[in-house]
Design a protein around this ligand. Structure first.
Ligand SMILES: Cc1cc2nc3c(=O)[nH]c(=O)nc-3n(C[C@H](O)[C@H](O)[C@H](O)COP(=O)(O)OP(=O)(O)OC[C@H]3O[C@@H](n4cnc5c(N)ncnc54)[C@H](O)[C@@H]3O)c2cc1C
Ligand SMILES: NC(=O)c1ccc[n+]([C@@H]2O[C@H](COP(=O)([O-])OP(=O)(O)OC[C@H]3O[C@@H](n4cnc5c(N)ncnc54)[C@H](OP(=O)(O)O)[C@@H]3O)[C@@H](O)[C@H]2O)c1
Length: 258
């Protein structure tokens, strides 16, 4: 089969940054034909020693207008994909499906005033893509980024988040963003300590945000741990909010990572 007939392209890995033994970030070259909307994911392929290829979904961290692609990865001990991925070195080849996928994009919400981005662990990734693009900043009056990890060393991309509103093209919108880190298993200055679900139930999240969660104004994206997503949806349901579907508007968009 010729390269143009294949469903994927071969890209080069570079700029690998280790955050913890279980978390790392990396960049990959981007095929000029690879198009995506902020919030979508790619299918990445790694080749095992026996020559077979393993594929997994990975949200883009980078924005649709960046020349490169950036990803944020967990290392699952014994995981079929991440065992191979974490062995890759600068210059190695990564397969990337030619098509991008996913519905955790802003077109899920035709209206709304406040955008809440609630993520656990590597579920931060699509929100960074969304926040590096214009649309969210133009459309929403307020943006709350809530990022929950177990321990403070797992808080990734702190510099990128802090620098977002310093970027020339976002500076005029700087007042719209509030970043609310959550560290659940230790005290960390400036971070909330309870799970996102508990913080919503107790009202602590809204107090920290200075903003109410309500069906008219709030549009909420949930990404990461599937149990967090299920539990948060249940809490939000009691507040009159439900999943936004193509034919039935709602307040919530989700991406389960496993
Ligand atoms: C739409 C979508 C987007 C995704 N985007 C990302 C991403 O940007 N970054 C990323 O690291 N992973 C992402 N994932 C998960 C990723 O596809 C793989 O599951 C992950 O790379 C582990 O692969 P594995 O073969 O090593 O383990 P798997 O056999 O795939 O998973 C084994 C177990 O590891 C745990 N696990 C898997 N992924 C994660 C994770 N991300 N964080 C914490 N625990 C996990 C779960 O308990 C899972 O049952 C995404 C998944 C989906 C469906
Ligand atoms: N070996 C290591 O050093 C190490 C370190 C971290 C993770 N891991 C492994 O990696 C995997 C994923 O870890 P992770 O830390 O990325 O993901 P995680 O378990 O999803 O935790 C990330 C954040 O989500 C919160 N959370 C989990 N379930 C929730 C729920 N139902 N509702 C609301 N919030 C919820 C966690 O709070 P809580 O703290 O309250 O759970 C934590 O703040 C796990 O299987 C874990 O065993 C290994």
């Amino acid at each position: 089969m010729s390269a143009s007939e294949e469903k994927f392209t071969r890209q080069r890995v570079y700029d690998i940054q280790t955050l913890t033994p279980n978390l790392f970030t990396f960049r990959a070259s981007r095929d000029p034909g690879f198009r995506f909307r902020a919030g979508q994911f790619a299918r990445l392929g790694v080749t095992k020693a026996d020559g077979s290829v393993v594929w997994r979904a990975y949200s883009m961290v980078s924005s649709p207008f960046d020349e490169h692609l950036e990803f944020f990865s967990i290392v699952v001990p014994g995981g079929e994909f991440t065992s191979e991925l974490s062995r890759l070195r600068e210059g190695d080849t990564l397969l990337i499906d030619k098509q991008a996928f996913g519905f955790l994009t802003l077109d899920r919400f035709p209206d709304g005033r406040d955008l809440w981005l609630l993520g656990t662990g590597t579920g931060l990734a699509p929100f960074l893509s969304i926040l590096q693009d214009f649309e969210a900043w133009e459309r929403f009056e307020r943006i709350k980024l809530v990022y929950s990890v177990r321990e403070s060393v797992e808080l990734a991309y702190q510099e990128l988040i802090a620098g977002l509103t310093q970027r020339d093209y976002l500076a005029e919108y700087a007042h719209k963003l509030q970043y609310i880190p959550v560290v659940t298993r230790e005290d960390h200055p400036g971070a909330l300590r309870q799970r996102i679900t508990t913080l919503i139930e107790s009202g602590e999240l809204e107090r920290a945000a200075g903003l109410a969660l309500d069906p008219e104004h709030s549009r909420i994206m949930l990404c990461g741990n599937p149990q967090m997503i299920e539990d948060t949806r249940a809490v939000l349901k009691t507040r009159g909010m439900r999943l936004a579907l193509t034919r039935k508007p709602g307040q919530i968009g989700v991406e389960n990572y496993w």
